[in-house]
Design a protein around this ligand. Sequence first.
Ligand code: SF4
Length: 376
Amino acid sequence: MKVTFPHMGTLWVAAKAILEDLDLEVVVPPRPTTRTMNLGVKHSPEFACLPLKLCVGNYLEAFERGADAIVMAGGIGPCRFGYYAQVEREILNDLGYSYRMIVLEPPKGHLSDLVNEIKGFTGQRSLRRIYQAALFGYRKLGALDAIERRTNQVRVDEAARGGTGHAVQKATALIDRAASMDDLKTALARGLEVLDQVPRKESGDPLKIGLVGEVYMLLEPYVNLDIERQLGEMGVLVERHVYLTDWVRSHLTADFLRFDHEREMRQAAKPYLGHWVGGHGVETIGNSVLYARRGFDGVIQVAPLTCMPEIVARSLLPVVSQDHGIPFLSLFLDEHAGEAGLRTRLEAFVDLLERRREQRRRRASTLSLEVAGHSR
Ligand code: SF4
């Protein structure tokens, strides 16, 4: 069995490590390109979500490289995520492929279902072995998250535009090559060092923007047109609300494992959206409120065109923005979106945030002059 999986940012590094640890042969699909997107678009229903189309493209390119089994994360409604796996199966069956599909459904309180599914395709490896492989993969995800967080801090000050890109690739390759927990610690330390060596200039007090929205669109740079890089190169410090470890924790661990941040986020969303609408609609609202409370200058919502949970969130964002005094920009992207068009919209938003900050500073200094005048 040659196993593949869809791309979602650097998830491939951990997925490959786990599957190889379980002695499975792995075919990593090529990084998404226009060809991948075209293949997905050609064979998917027109109104399917963008992530589904790109995943189909990933599978087809992996099949070309000999893959004959797919591991993917399943999902649940009320949005279309609940049908993802079925639709993908139908598409690939219609194209005449013979393959095995393993869908890891969110356990929702029944971890044993997930474990049994994993045991089924790993040739009944022991629980201990599966646990060790999963833990190693999870630690790799943690290391990748640390690299990505540092990347955004470094990029905002890079002396020459694009200087960070090569360092990120090098750091990711180090994490990928790590073969043991000890190796991984060394690789992470070395990766962070590589990033810290990127020549930097003094950037002062950069604008801070929080990225919220649908998880796949936030984590996969091909579909979000590398928005973090684009903003970083404009001198903006970017933070996104979800990193890979967050996604794994919330998606593949049991319901009863609630984390402090998640509780805080749900509380923050509650006055606007108190029930689950699928996808990451609640997260988009809750995290926008939290970014406002932390003093961020703005939030950007990134979502696939026609994404129902994000449309619900979009309709509530103007009220959140007014109540908490934080500007927002909503970007609904599809396969026709282009980097130049996105850049223009980002530049306009950044420009607006800069002027708003300048006005606030001027107002604050006028106020302090008035106070000083009164106290004399
Ligand atoms: S969250 Fe949005 S993009 Fe994801 S499956 Fe649901 S509708 Fe589609």
